[in-house]
Write a protein that binds this ligand. Structure first.
Ligand SMILES: Cc1ncc(COP(=O)(O)O)c(C=O)c1O
Length: 387
């Protein structure tokens, strides 16, 4: 025991010396555009609750109503203790929202990627994965035991070179729709042209695009106006949808296969029914309130213009805006000083992002007021000048 404690302490000191130790910052009250930390209210500029639905009164009411009707827990895996109504209704809602034949709900985006990639890619498959894909895709690729080829971020020519050389019968391309750490959009309009040419399947992880991108908020496919029978969509319910969980949307046969084969679906207790009811209500709100996306777009433009006006880079066009600092320790120092000025922007360091690209990952939501954004912009300018 003593030996183990010493080893763990040494590992922690190593991490901390590199500026890579992580700690949990307590906040008080619900998520929102502003949160309370140690009794003072700060602007929260690092949440994925892009449409401010996590604390929406109708979403909360849907969850409470479902708790009254169905209780809180779900008892077991849906394959074991029965398929409850809120799960079925949510899947029907997602299917209609995404315009696919069917959908299957998973307990998180992490589970959905593990489940879908694992079910489709066995040892004889080859996976072609963008180097900037989310950690859950990276882990899913490893667990699948398939041969994995990683291509440079958004480099469709390199992807095609790899596909050309592949002899695998099952070829699976996997990409984030919107890359989580820099907010750039995957070139799906080009990637889709490779599907028939090389007999490949494409999985799009639309964690940061669902509810946000496209005219109706349906995601990256809608943004590009792309459709193809070999595209599978993953989306999360814990970000713009403001609830928790995730889904895979695609053909009826795909969903049937996942029900039997996706281990993170089969071997885990289902989401609480109230979470499903809340997520379904959020999707209704997204459908019925295009103004939320319009406000988000206005806020994003305002903030990007403010950064550019201050001589800073604001790459991309989405609600995720990276301010690249480079050094991990300096990034965390900037984040700490911003907090002192009433703005919470989390610093992101390796291994989440590549070495020397530590950054402040700013996320804008439709719930931020112009005052919030103005205050944040001047705090960012001041702190970057200071350190
Ligand atoms: C691109 C991407 N995929 C998957 C996930 C995992 O989703 P979840 O938080 O629902 O597990 C995330 C979120 O953290 C993400 O950014």
């Amino acid at each position: 025991m003593e030996k183990m404690d010493t080893e763990i302490k040494e590992e922690l000191s190593r991490l901390n010396a590199l500026g890579l130790g992580r700690t949990l910052l307590p906040i008080e009250g619900p998520q929102g555009p502003r949160v309370a930390i140690n009794g003072s209210v700060v602007v929260l500029l690092c949440s994925n609750d892009y449409l401010g639905l996590a604390s929406h009164p109708l979403v909360k009411a849907a969850a409470i109503e479902a708790i009254e009707k169905y209780g809180f827990g779900s008892g077991a895996s849906r394959l074991v203790s029965g398929n409850m109504e809120p799960h079925r209704l949510l899947e029907d809602r997602i299917r209609k929202f995404k315009g696919t034949e069917a959908a299957l709900v998973f307990n998180s985006g992490y589970h959905a990627n593990l489940g879908c990639i694992g079910a489709l890619a066995g040892r004889s498959a080859e996976i072609f994965s963008d180097k900037s894909n989310h950690a859950s895709i990276v882990d899913a690729c490893v667990l699948s035991r398939a041969e994995v080829k990683r291509y440079p971020n958004k480099d469709v020519n390199r992807l095609e070179d790899l596909l050309k050389r592949s002899k695998a019968k099952r070829k699976l391309i996997v990409t984030d729709g919107v890359f989580s750490m820099d907010g750039s959009i995957a070139p799906l309009d080009s990637i889709v042209t490779l599907l028939d040419r090389y007999g490949a399947i494409l999985i799009v992880d639309d964690a940061h695009a669902t509810g946000v991108l496209g005219k109706g908020g349906r995601g990256t496919l809608e943004h590009f106006g792309v459709r193809h029978p070999s595209i599978i969509q993953m989306g999360t319910l814990g970000k713009a949808i403001g609830a928790f969980g995730a889904f895979i949307a695609g053909s009826r046969e795909l969903i049937e296969l996942l029900v039997s084969k996706a281990r993170p679906f089969v071997y885990t207790t289902a989401l609480p029914p109230s979470v499903c009811a809340a997520a379904a209500k959020s999707i209704d709100i997204i459908d019925e309130t295009p103004g939320l996306r319009e406000t988000l777009c206005e806020n994003v433009s305002y903030f990007r213009d403010g950064l550019c006006g201050a001589g800073l880079d604001a790459p991309g066009s989405t609600q995720i805006i990276p301010i690249i600092v480079g050094d991990a320790q300096r990034t965390m120092e900037i984040s700490r000083r911003l907090l002192e000025k009433g703005v919470f922007i989390q610093g992101i360091r390796p291994p989440t992002v590549p070495e020397n690209t530590s950054r402040l990952r700013v996320t804008i939501t439709s719930a931020h007021s112009k005052e919030d954004l103005k205050k944040s912009l001047s705090a960012i300018k001041e702190v970057l000048n200071e350190c």
